[in-house]
Write a protein of this length. Structure first.
Lengths: 265, 277
């Protein structure tokens, strides 16, 4: 029994495409621009252009669309649900009527727009996380947030928290599995019974897991202090991020397109 | 050089009796030494270790590292760089998500520039023999390998002293051997002063000097050979003597006077027994 083997963390798929090699800061900002744009535009052509842009990105990154759709699978019901809500709940010119339900023209348009918005949003973030390793993502976020130091944004602390979380997720999962096996060998049953019973059965797993997590945190803090850790001040970086000409070019194109789409549609 | 003078440490826990963890410790550690501190559970080993790099401050007494007092806040970061520390659980001291990033962690804290950092990371990887693993995520490594990553992360900071607090306690025999080999190499080839903490008598063999802690006090202090002669005292401190030493001790008492009671290794024993054949 290997419960957690097939869960993948971070969806990163290593590769060597143009998109993979862009600076993470540029990718994150580009992503943000597209997302902001998605919520500004209100015309069909706008969605089409943004969709084509993101899809070209996926093609250039040479990532199999299967991985992109895997990310969509979990969210598809949410998209359908919000679309239906809009479809039936919007007042306006009625074009269709079944029993007490009526579909309006405005509802149809709103529903489609919301669905496209969410759909492209997921595609965009998937493209980012599929082509950027968690480490460079964290690095990128740290550097970007550090531009906001003047409003006392704890950029380094946020990045350190992300790093430690990434580092300990596999360790904690391994531990969960170990505890589960130990409980199962003593006759615990996690697979049958109703939801109340199953939840109850989780308690003997969660309690030792939490207790251990606190102990780990304590030991890690001491180990970090012993290695001279004292926050982000005066700290240098092992990984360097460099903006190349292609990053500037990429960013200019995205910004230009975003502005044009935003103004026109 | 490390100098510990009249060091006492008391843990004050609210609404409970204070615990006297260390009592009037006096100890000097010379450059290049391989010192083992041994003692049973709760004898104060970890407490003593944490005083040497200023993680704990004395209730009374003083600790000097290369002339810097650990009470002097100005010197604290310099002391932490000079005295590296490796802990028992390898999982709980690795911070970063890959081996090389973790080794660089201490260097980043020191503010070393990137070029220098790369050089030191490469050197540390090579010393602990993990060059091929530099891009690995820590959870994919064995216990012994993880502990070597932890050691690499500390020696990359170029400390003069390396304290290891029961670094082998959670490892299998193979991992244990790997780690001990690396520590020996660091002491002999890189000239790093090693302070090795353990509760296993077998692991004392490699060191130049042994300090036995018992209930927060230094009970014995001397060469491994001499310490092993005090079998009864060691037993009273709840320490186990290696089987081979125990055997030698008993044979000697039964009249086989050619067998030294402080025999530490099987080969030594074989040689001595051969004299009787
Ligand atoms: N943070 C603490 N708060 C209170 N008491 C403590 C604390 N740490 C240690 N002690 C107590 O101080 C004494 C010495 O502990 P210490 O951890 O130094 O022993 P040790 O020799 O390292 O033991 P072990 O072999 O278990 O690691 C013990 O009685 C212990 O209970
Ligand atoms: Mg201890």
């Amino acid at each position: 029994m290997n419960i957690f083997r097939n869960i993948s963390f971070g969806q990163y798929i290593p590769g060597n495409s143009l998109i993979h090699n862009f600076d993470p800061r540029v990718k994150i900002l580009g992503c943000l621009l597209i997302i902001i744009n998605l919520f500004l535009i209100s015309q069909f052509w706008g969605f089409l252009i943004l969709g084509v842009m993101v899809w070209s990105g996926i093609i250039i990154s040479k990532i199999h669309p299967r991985f992109v759709f895997r990310g969509l699978r979990t969210i598809i019901y949410l998209i359908l649900f919000t679309m239906l809500l809009h479809l039936f709940m919007t007042e306006g010119e009625v074009i269709f009527r079944i029993w007490i339900f009526k579909i309006t023209k405005e509802g149809l348009i709103n529903g489609l727009f919301i669905a496209s918005r969410l759909f492209i949003l997921i595609l965009t973030t998937s493209l980012l996380t599929l082509t950027t390793s968690p480490i460079s993502l964290t690095d990128g976020i740290e550097r970007l947030l550090s531009y906001f130091k003047f409003i006392k944004l704890p950029a380094h602390e946020i990045a350190m928290m992300m790093t430690i979380a990434l580092r300990f997720i596999p360790t904690l999962l391994e531990e969960t599995e170990k505890i589960m096996k130990a409980q199962i060998s003593r006759g615990a049953d996690f697979e049958s019974g109703n939801i109340v019973n199953r939840t109850k059965n989780l308690i003997p797993i969660l309690v030792p897991l939490f207790v251990n997590a606190f102990r780990r945190a304590d030991e890690l803090a001491i180990a970090m202090e012993a290695k001279g850790y004292r926050g982000g001040e005066g700290r240098t970086h092992y990984r360097e991020l460099q903006i190349h000409r292609k990053d500037i070019l990429f960013f200019t194109i995205i910004t230009a397109l975003a502005i044009i789409v935003g103004i026109l549609f | 050089m490390i100098k510990i003078k009249n060091l006492s440490h008391i843990y004050n826990i609210p609404r409970r009796d204070p615990i006297i963890a260390l009592k009037e410790i006096n100890l000097e550690i010379e450059r290049g030494e391989f010192l083992t501190i041994i003692g049973s559970n709760g004898s104060g080993k970890s407490t003593l270790a944490r005083h040497i790099n200023g993680l704990l401050l004395p209730t009374s007494g003083d600790v000097w590292v290369k002339g810097m007092n650990t009470k002097d806040r100005e010197c604290l970061w310099k002391i932490r760089q000079e005295v590296g520390m490796v802990f028992q659980n390898p999982d709980n001291q690795i911070v970063a998500t890959t081996v090389e990033d973790d080794i660089a962690f201490g260097l980043e804290n020191m503010g070393i520039d990137r070029e220098n950092m790369l050089e030191r990371v490469n050197w540390a990887l090579q010393v602990v023999g993990l060059e091929e693993y530099r891009r690995f995520e820590p959870h994919l490594l064995s216990g012994g390998q993880k502990q070597r990553v932890a050691i690499a992360g500390v020696i990359a900071m170029h400390p003069s002293f390396l304290i290891l607090d029961e670094p082998t306690a959670m490892l299998d025999p193979r991992g244990r051997k790997e780690v001990i080999e690396v520590i020996k190499k660091l002491n002999q080839e890189e000239g790093i002063t090693v302070i090795f903490i353990t509760h296993l008598m077998e692991e004392v063999i490699e060191s130049n000097r042994v300090v036995v802690l018992n209930k927060g006090e230094i009970a014995l202090n001397g060469k491994p050979k001499d310490i092993f002669l005090k079998v009864d005292a060691l037993r009273s401190f709840a320490l186990d003597i290696p089987q081979i030493t125990e055997l030698a001790f008993r044979l000697n008492h039964k009249g086989l006077k050619n067998i030294s009671p402080s025999t530490l290794k099987v080969e030594e024993m074989v040689e001595q027994l051969c004299l009787y054949v």
